[in-house]
Ligand binder design. Structure first.
Ligand code: SF4
Ligand SMILES: [Zn+2]
Length: 288
């Protein structure tokens, strides 16, 4: 459970449910979601049962938004069996908005079919990751920019919301340019209709990133860079831009000012003010 700012300026309660099912067919170099998947296709009935078990533990109106993250693509029929969609939609009935994630290549009529099953709005979260041309080609994501553009246009045309994930510290982006390319990618997402953009710092640990780090192609991003990238996006008004704070304690940073930096990021995540909050004890005596 967490709070999140909406494009309208309200703060809503969000429930994220992590569902286990089939592995994603893409193999992006920065991704470790395969750790939460199973071998083979998702058995019919498995996802509704997981969702039922989670919701049974919670009060009826626990959140405004339900995020269903299945560590893969919601519109991949191997990952989400088509016969389960009506029951998943029925379970999502108490929520005003449902967010699912998908690779841009899987956006098409199936998205509209699912939107019509829902009583609330549908939002699709797409990983744009980076528009750095060299890095984007090396991520193994197989996502051309025009593919993202057409997916974004398709969602807009069908009145389906778009959330975009943008990486900070994508492999093959020079470390000195990491914040700059993150901000440019956020601007690109906002210009293509994203209502929500989440900046996600790349976190090591999947083995491939450690190999790339050894080759000098990946430098783990820092907490200070995340704070700065978010600050640089304050001027964007057409989208809510937030920094992802999941596992934030794993991000390299000065331990003296870590709590203040995390609190400042949290303030920016929830505040509608275009002005960033004042720096707290910065420069920090320990890391200045
Ligand atoms: S498309 Fe998404 S889930 Fe699949 S490997 Fe890439 S980042 Fe991971
Ligand atoms: Zn410090």
């Amino acid at each position: 459970m967490e709070e999140e700012r909406t494009p309208g300026g309200a703060v809503e309660r969000v429930l994220t449910v992590f569902l286990s099912g089939a592995e994603c067919p893409f193999t992006c170099s920065f991704c470790d979601l395969w750790r939460w998947t199973i071998d083979g296709p998702t058995p019919a009935g498995a996802l509704p049962m997981q969702l039922e078990l989670v919701l049974a533990e919670l009060p009826a109106r626990v959140a405004d938004r339900l995020k269903l993250y299945n560590a893969s693509n919601f519109f991949d029929r191997r990952a989400v069996p088509v016969e389960d969609l009506p029951r998943i939609a029925e379970l999502a009935q108490p929520f005003a908005t449902v967010t699912v994630e998908s690779h841009a290549a899987m956006i098409g009529p199936a998205v509209c079919d699912y939107a019509t099953l829902l009583s609330g709005r549908l939002e699709v979260a797409i990983g744009l990751e980076t528009i750095h041309p060299v890095a984007a080609a090396q991520l193994n994501k197989r996502l051309e920019l025009d593919r993202f553009d057409s997916a974004a246009a398709f969602l807009a045309e069908h009145d389906i919301d778009l959330r975009v994930f943008v990486l900070l510290g994508a492999p093959h982006v020079p470390a000195a340019e990491a914040v700059d390319w993150t901000v440019r990618t956020v601007e690109y997402a906002a210009a293509h209709g994203a209502g929500q953009v989440a900046i996600i710092p790349v976190r090591g640990g999947n083995g491939e990133l450690e190999r790339l780090q050894h080759l000098g192609a990946f430098v783990p991003p820092t907490l200070a860079q995340l704070e700065y990238a978010l600050e640089q996006c304050r001027g964007i008004r057409s989208a809510v831009v937030t920094a992802d704070l999941w596992d934030i304690e794993r991000l390299p940073g000065c331990e003296s000012c870590r709590p203040q930096r995390v609190a400042r990021i949290q303030t920016m995540n929830l505040s509608t003010s275009p002005e960033p909050p004042p720096p707290l004890r910065i420069p920090c005596p320990a890391c200045a």
